[in-house]
Design a protein around this ligand. Structure first.
Ligand code: RTP
Ligand code: MG
Length: 154
């Protein structure tokens, strides 16, 4: 990991899994030159959902959000690259797919606010990436390696 690289937490949400979009999401991040360093296909339980979305506890959409994120398996991932958290958020697009630009993951693949196919750590919330990585992954589940195209990788 070179000095300007960072790691960020990304998840293909249950709607992406159900709709067969895991590969598409991974492909976009991979082609952009970000490096996959961890991945886990898993089911989120109630407790993990509450921890992960703790910032939204008490909001009117919270219970629905927990119900959705625990409704089926997700693909939890860690991606690495320069400014990775912000890069992924840019590639994701706005939270509501109706507002997301064409060319973004949500703009191209998302259906509605509750079914927006991807989660990425908030780049405006300092340390959110590391908190979320720790919540979902043990250190030994993250892999250090060089991509063959390392010179051009983002
Ligand atoms: P995420 O955390 O899932 O990556 O999405 P985000 O940062 O773009 O949006 P955030 O504000 O963190 O909201 C988390 C998820 O809650 C749902 N939501 N519903 N009904 C509503 O007003 C509302 N607002 C947010 C969305 O599914 C959003 O992804
Ligand atoms: Mg968020």
């Amino acid at each position: 990991m070179s000095h300007h690289d960072e790691r960020t937490f990304v998840m293909a949400k249950p709607d992406a899994v159900q709709r067969g979009l895991i590969g598409e999401i991974i492909q976009r991040l991979e082609e952009r030159g970000l490096k996959l360093v961890g991945a886990k296909f898993m089911q989120i339980d109630e407790e993990l959902a509450h921890e992960h979305y703790g910032e939204h506890e008490g909001k009117p959409f919270f219970e629905g959000l927990v119900e959705f994120i625990t409704s089926g398996p997700v693909m939890a991932m860690v991606w690495e690259g320069a400014d990775a958290t912000r890069q992924v958020r840019q590639m994701m697009g706005e939270t509501d797919p109706a507002d997301a630009q064409p060319g973004t993951i949500r703009g191209d693949l998302g259906l509605d606010l509750g079914h927006n196919v991807i989660h990425g750590s908030d780049h405006e919330d300092e340390g959110a990436n590391e908190r979320e990585i720790d919540l979902f992954f043990d250190d030994e589940e993250l892999v250090d390696y060089e991509r063959a195209d390392a010179v051009w990788v983002y």
